[in-house]
Design a protein around this ligand. Structure first.
Ligand code: NAI
Ligand code: MG
Length: 358
């Protein structure tokens, strides 16, 4: 029997509700497995987040990364609460883990589920399914810059926020996108930049993209500016398979993608350290949703889908597919949360997914 050690960090708001839901599904899956491929999860939960910040002045323990290092994976909820500035909560926990563990590939599938009405009319006509690959270690979220109030005085403050693009950073994420495309039915990679306006970092990205694309002649590729890409997500989504973009652009585009699929609550994501030197982290795309937190109505599908991505990473692809099919069976049966126009609670959806594991 294989036991996976998982660190759970529910953090804030609905993060707690959806991580609990995902854990229930994974535990149900493990207790139902009675074959040679038996496995179990050994959970350690960390109470890091905004409450921890109010108690201690830190979003996570000072030796947090050291404590997380030994786990097989990290299952994360969401950070952020109105009582803490968002840049403090995000940098103090989620970005600290992503960047500290060099989780440079953030993979965000956009899945259109049966029984879920997409705001895209096309979704009823053509099968849609694409995946956003986000550079997760540098770019616009490199944290470079500063504010200078002292030099210029009140009312004249200046701030500089620089992006960092390295050839190695661009190359590894672009190569990752091509390797992922090679495993998909539609072998196509679209690169997104804004290299007309941002002539240094994004032009470097474009150059690397062209060079790497030439090594994959069996995979189609094209490049698109981010503003045009936003329109293309809506107007020609059937063209998309793998979309690779910088940290900021992919962040925005993946929220757009999940909204087109029906709701932000549906979207799953994986922050991979592909070399496996550090644990990878699995989390829904959405935030802590303070507007609905504590009501038991959060959509757990993004978190459960992230648990499925974690299963794949742990070497259990058949179990991952089982969870994905159970999610499809649940939405197809009309068991939908409020954000998808239904009335089912977080718990009802979770139980329906568990029932559908088969
Ligand atoms: P949000 O994703 O928390 O919420 C946006 C909208 O989507 C809200 O109307 C919310 O009710 C809805 N929503 C989100 N998740 C849902 C779910 N599971 N089920 C049903 N509806 C859901 O984004 P917002 O409001 O911009 O940010 C709230 C806090 O979350 C902020 O502190 C922000 O910094 C943080 N945040 C954290 C992220 C993370 O930990 N990865 C990502 C995005 C935001
Ligand atoms: Mg986002």
């Amino acid at each position: 029997m294989q036991t996976f050690r998982i660190a759970a960090i529910p953090a804030d708001g609905v993060g707690r509700e959806v991580v609990a839901a995902g854990r229930e599904v994974l535990d149900a899956l493990a207790s139902a497995s009675k074959s040679a491929s038996d496995f179990a999860f050994d959970w350690t939960e960390f109470d890091w987040g905004c409450d921890h910040y109010h108690r201690t002045g830190r979003m996570m323990a000072e030796d947090g990364l050291d404590r997380l290092k030994e786990f097989d994976a990290i299952y994360f909820g969401a950070v952020g609460w109105p009582s803490v500035p968002d840049h403090i909560s995000l940098w103090g926990l989620r970005l600290a883990v992503c960047q500290g563990f060099d989780q440079w590939a953030n993979v965000r599938p956009v899945r259109f589920l049966p029984g879920v009405t997409s705001p895209l009319r096309k979704a009823a006509e053509v099968p849609l399914d694409w995946v956003v690959v986000r550079e997760n270690s540098e770019g616009e979220y490199a944290g470079l810059g500063g504010r200078n109030l002292a030099a210029r005085g009140p009312g004249s403050e200046v701030a500089i926020q620089s992006s960092l693009f390295t050839e190695a950073g661009c190359e590894r994420i672009i190569r990752y996108a091509f390797e992922l495309a090679a495993t998909r039915e539609r072998k196509h990679v679209t690169s997104v930049t804004k290299s007309n306006a941002q002539q240094f970092g994004m032009v470097l990205w474009d150059d690397v993209f062209r060079r790497v694309a030439a090594e994959y002649p069996h995979i189609e590729s094209d490049s698109c500016l981010v503003d045009a890409m936003a329109a293309r997500f809506v107007l020609r989504p059937e063209d998309l398979s793998v979309v690779v973009a910088s940290n900021l652009h992919a962040d925005i585009l993946s929220d757009l993608g999940s909204a087109l699929a029906g709701s932000l609550g549906l979207a799953a994501s994986a922050n991979y350290n592909p070399e496996r030197r550090f644990p990878s982290m699995f989390e829904p795309v959405h935030g802590s949703a303070p507007d609905i937190a504590g009501q038991g109505v959060a959509n757990p599908i993004g978190a459960i889908g992230s648990a499925a991505l974690m299963l794949g990473h742990l070497g259990l692809p058949a179990e991952a597919a089982r969870v994905d099919r159970a999610i499809e069976a649940t939405t197809a049966a009309g068991v939908l949360p409020r954000d998808l126009g239904g009335t089912a609670s977080t718990q009802e959806i979770t139980l329906a997914v568990i029932d559908s594991l088969g």
